[in-house]
Write a protein that binds this ligand. Structure first.
Ligand SMILES: Cc1ncc(COP(=O)(O)O)c(C=O)c1O
Length: 391
């Protein structure tokens, strides 16, 4: 085999790391907007955003500047001190959240946000059980993986945390049957991403809200993927697609720090009032570098009018996809889209990669997932569609 730079990098990574990921044959070196440049100088159109993280695009100048300036000032101090950087991030995040979500708790990842959300639900209700859904994914730490009924994940997390119940996504009767006085929370991805981008009818979210209100259950939206502008709204919570329903807790991560690891829970006054000193904690949560990234990320989305642009470009993409014969349906909202093909999506994913376009697959073999940066434009949609049309 000819020793290319990619081969050298791959061999080195593989030698010193556990082989936990099936990797694409790309060594990413530099990023700009929707583009990734490889160690070998090639350019890829990134419609996957590194697992939905690059919401503002790769290396958005405003975010890079804020991180650089913060790094020169103070990388980190823990929650034992106040910080104007943390204060700004919390204020900014709460200001864009639905009005009833008034307090933030910062952590470091999506799974950790979900663990803390479930813990808050148990603490505030005095109950233990958590209802989640078939096809949902919530992370890989003990409680979150036990709440994940997608595929094999729960199996990987054995022995599971007790008290997790599975309902059918979109089927309110299946939830009603489980939602008794032992249930602390109902938690869902409002759009199930890994399951193949599944959205329920707006009435399902409304019925969940009513059921939770009636039975004193905490409603948690895992917006780790849908949050921070991905659907063309700041959050799925409060959107028309969800009949305006606002949960008691939203969890966030992924795009929140544009690539600097950060997670968050947004909670109501009622829940906030029940959480006391030392009930929750994490060393790194709320660190200055991450907080600077959060504020700058939200500012960049706002300043560039990305939410509006997502909606316009989504409409254009949907329209263009009607021209592609092999496409059966397009699921999802904004830039969380599942393109369903007549046949398997994996060969399409591979062909696109050969044409230097990165997309994602899902647990539905016929669905290709797109999670591009929110700054994707029409010209790049055209590139994608013509690559698809080449078959
Ligand atoms: C909906 C959802 N929740 C939670 C997680 C877990 O997030 P993390 O990998 O940051 O722990 C993910 C990750 O893919 C996710 O998609």
């Amino acid at each position: 085999m000819i020793a290319t730079l990619l081969n050298e990098i791959a061999a080195s990574e593989d030698q010193f790391q556990l082989a936990t990921y099936k990797k694409m044959q790309i060594a990413a070196e530099r990023g700009e907007g929707v583009w990734i440049y490889t160690a070998e100088g090639e350019r890829y159109l990134d419609l996957y955003g590194g697992h939905a993280v690059a919401g503002t695009g790769h290396c958005h100048p405003h975010v890079v500047k804020a991180i650089r300036e913060q790094a020169e000032q103070l990388l980190f101090y823990s929650n034992l001190v106040y910080s104007s950087t943390r204060a700004r991030a919390a204020e900014k995040l709460v200001s864009i959240a639905p009005a009833s979500l008034t307090k933030a708790f910062f952590c470091n990842s999506g799974t950790e946000a979900n663990e803390n959300a479930m813990r808050m639900a148990r603490m505030t209700t005095g109950r233990e059980q958590i209802i989640t859904f078939s096809g949902g994914f919530h992370g890989r730490t003990a409680d979150a993986i036990s709440a994940t009924f997608l595929g094999k994940y729960r199996e990987l997390g054995k022995p599971n945390v007790p008290g997790h119940l599975q309902a059918e996504f979109g089927d309110i009767e299946s939830v009603r049957a489980l939602a008794d006085e032992t249930v602390a929370a109902i938690m869902l991805e409002p759009i199930q991403s890994m399951a193949g981008v599944r959205v329920a009818e707006p009435g399902f979210y409304r019925a969940l809200r009513e059921l939770c209100d009636e039975r004193g259950i905490v409603l948690i939206y895992d917006e780790v993927q849908t949050g921070v502008g991905r659907t063309g709204e700041w959050f799925f919570a409060g959107s028309a697609a969800g009949d305006g329903v606002v949960p008691d807790i939203i969890t966030l991560a992924k795009a929140l720090g544009s690539g600097i690891p950060v997670g968050a829970c947004l909670v109501t006054d009622q829940i906030g009032a029940r959480i006391k000193e030392n009930d929750l904690g994490t060393t790194f949560g709320g660190g200055m570098l991450a907080m600077a990234a959060v504020t700058a990320t939200l500012e960049a989305i706002e300043a560039d009018g990305m939410l509006e642009k997502v909606k316009t470009v989504e409409a254009y993409l949907r329209e263009r996809l009607t021209e592609v014969e092999s496409v059966v349906a397009v699921h999802g909202r904004g830039f969380l889209l599942g393109i369903e093909f007549i046949d398997k999506a994996a060969p399409v994913h591979q062909k696109l990669l050969e044409r230097k376009i990165i997309t994602g697959t899902s647990s539905n073999p016929k669905v290709l997932r797109l999670l591009p940066p929110l700054c994707l434009q029409r010209a790049e949609v055209d590139l994608f569609v013509s690559a698809l049309e080449q078959g």
